[in-house]
Design a protein around this ligand. Structure first.
Ligand SMILES: NC(=O)c1ccc[n+]([C@@H]2O[C@H](COP(=O)([O-])OP(=O)(O)OC[C@H]3O[C@@H](n4cnc5c(N)ncnc54)[C@H](OP(=O)(O)O)[C@@H]3O)[C@@H](O)[C@H]2O)c1
Length: 166
């Protein structure tokens, strides 16, 4: 079983602003859909709310200290847990758990990396500073090595898909 992070960030490691994404790059959206299809997703309550719906063919595991806060949403997660570690453990029993995705946001990325839960990073590195209020942690000294890198300049954005593994 592998635990992977998938994330798009700008050159300041910014990942979000006002509880939304910084950019909507169609090729990046396609990469996220294709890479995570059929696999469980573990995410923070704020990211789950910002999705606005369930993504098809994926188990949604949501981390929160207050399960009641999800009750008013029109869509519901498959599992509610009280820590990232518990989220990964619960995700193991669902289809596609040979690879479990940490799906954000900033708090959950940080905690999963600090706790050494992550084996692989799928990064989309976008040129420019988009004025984020939420950031991905510094991953440069965590022992990840680049295993694949592709450059793209599409849809008005310059970006690279970079995959790293421990
Ligand atoms: N660029 C990307 O690839 C990407 C991907 C995902 C998200 N994002 C962006 O990231 C932003 C959201 O990130 P965020 O950092 O604000 O929030 P988040 O990580 O999505 O969720 C934070 C929430 O998770 C729960 N939580 C965190 N640590 C916990 C712990 N140890 N135990 C129990 N519950 C815990 C808490 O929920 P409660 O408050 O309910 O207790 C906390 O408020 C948005 O702007 C979103 O668009 C970007």
């Amino acid at each position: 079983m592998k635990v992977s992070i998938i994330v798009a960030m700008d050159e300041k490691r910014g990942i979000g602003k006002n509880q939304d994404l910084l950019f909507k790059i169609p090729e990046d959206g396609k990469r996220v859909r294709e890479t995570t299809n059929g696999h469980p997703l573990v995410m923070g309550r704020k990211t789950f709310e910002s999705l606005g719906r369930l993504l098809p063919n994926r188990t949604h595991v949501v981390v929160t200290r207050d399960p009641q806060s999800l009750k008013n949403l029109s869509y519901q997660p498959h599992e509610i847990v009280s820590s990232v570690k518990e989220g990964v453990e619960v995700a193991r029993k669902y289809p596609g758990s040979e690879e479990i995705f940490i799906f954000g946001g900033g708090q959950i990325y940080k905690e999963s990396l600090e706790q050494g839960l992550v084996d692989r990073l799928y990064l989309t590195l976008v040129e420019g500073d988009y004025g984020a209020d939420t950031f991905f942690p510094d991953y440069s000294d965590l022992g990840f090595k680049v295993i694949k890198e592709e450059s793209h300049g599409l849809d008005g954005y310059q970006y690279r898909f970079v995959d790293l593994e421990k």
